[in-house]
Ligand binder design. Structure first.
Ligand code: BMA
Length: 368
């Protein structure tokens, strides 16, 4: 009996540990509070929310979400791609200096921050979507021809994190989501482009370089796949409980491939699997990216999206960016702007008691 209690205690405390035992107080608080809010609500998030929207760019204080609902989102997503090559703007043209200030002000306002990184292919110098050659992942590990370059890239990421500070000089906590959609084969680190062991190696290497070599202690690490169909598939590249704080996945509805009913069923089923994984590993679950491009369905938010997520316990859901018109034939946005066909429904959705935008998120005092 006593032995049982001791074993239970050891397992639970080990499980409850964060990736970074030296995480800053605010980061520890964020993790604890995300666990708590998961039980009652979903923080609603948006990528690049304050930078631009459909038909506007860099208008002080503006946000498509705020234009429609009167509030900012509860969590903001940002992206570091091209920071590694010293570009002053990221791959979606967001100036890093503006990004830094948006992040700091959202933190002061009580919102959560998550950051992804579509880093270039270190071997070819092309984008993250260039999967060649087949040994790119190996090449960034110690002993590999691109290890020095990769360390140099991580040094720049570390500088960016160190420059995120609150009013009292404290570091702003960030949910860092490296190597995302890692079961798909479109990025050089994903799917067929490396073995599960190699992905696990670069994951651990990256975490330990930032945490132990660069002394960055303001990060929660989010592991995320793209769509998946089983627990086994989800966990194929999981690096282990001591290397992950948050588990999530990305999913996009597509009119033809994944129409409403199919989307609801798949999202519901995937969230059920994710929650089971999160529960057994004592991690926070999240929908790390989602969307239905151009939201053409007027009641999509309450009738489709909410239906799929309402009975699930996830900390947050991040809608992807409102790029607007990208070319003559390409438009991209995942939350409505004023007058968009789903705007009224989105407003209703934003006021649901279990969906937290800015105001309800602020009341959670995530960092205290
Ligand atoms: C994709 C698209 C691209 C963008 C990339 C990285 O899903 O939105 O336009 O460059 O994400 O943010």
């Amino acid at each position: 009996m006593l032995l049982g209690i001791v074993i239970y205690f050891l397992c639970c405390t080990a499980n409850a540990q964060m990736v970074d035992v030296n995480a800053t107080r605010e980061t520890q608080n964020l993790y604890k509070n995300l666990k708590a809010t998961t039980q009652k609500a979903v923080l609603f998030g948006h990528q690049d929310d304050m930078a631009y929207g459909v038909n506007w760019k860099y208008e002080e204080g503006r946000s498509d979400i705020k234009d429609v609902t009167g509030e900012y989102p509860g969590i903001f997503g940002w992206e570091l791609g091209r920071l590694e090559i010293d570009s002053p703007v990221n791959l979606d043209s967001v100036p890093f200096e503006k990004m830094r200030s948006y992040i700091c002000s959202a933190y002061e306002n009580g919102a959560a921050i998550t950051i992804s990184w579509h880093l270039n292919n270190p071997v070819t110098g092309k984008s993250a979507w260039d999967p060649s050659p087949s040994n790119t992942v190996q090449s960034i590990l110690p002993g590999g021809e691109k290890n020095e370059l990769y360390k140099n890239w991580l040094d720049k990421v570390a500088v960016f994190f160190k420059n995120l500070k609150g009013k009292r000089g404290e570091y702003v906590p960030v949910i860092f989501r490296p190597f995302h959609e890692l079961n798909g084969s479109w990025f050089w680190w994903g799917g067929k482009n490396c073995s599960p062991e190699e992905l696990i190696q670069i994951w651990k290497y990256t975490v330990s370089y930032l945490r132990d070599t660069k002394n960055i202690h303001q990060l929660l690490y989010a592991f995320n796949t793209d769509r998946f169909s089983s627990e086994q598939e989800y966990l194929e590249r999981y690096p282990g409980n001591e290397w992950v704080d948050i588990v999530g996945f990305d999913i996009y509805q597509k009119g033809d491939i994944l129409p409403n009913e199919k989307f609801i069923n798949e999202l519901d089923k995937s969230l059920t699997i994710l929650e089971k994984i999160a529960r057994s590993k004592n991690k926070v679950a999240a929908l790390t990216e989602f969307g239905y491009n151009t939201v053409p369905d007027a009641s999509w938010w309450t009738n489709v999206f909410f239906k799929a997520i309402e009975k699930h316990k996830i900390a947050y859901a991040l809608a992807w960016r409102n790029a607007g018109k990208k070319s003559k034939s390409e438009v991209e946005f995942y939350v409505p702007y004023k007058e968009q066909v789903s705007a009224e429904d989105f407003k209703m959705f934003s006021k649901l008691p279990t969906i937290f935008f800015e105001n309800k998120t602020k009341q959670q005092k995530l960092y205290q």
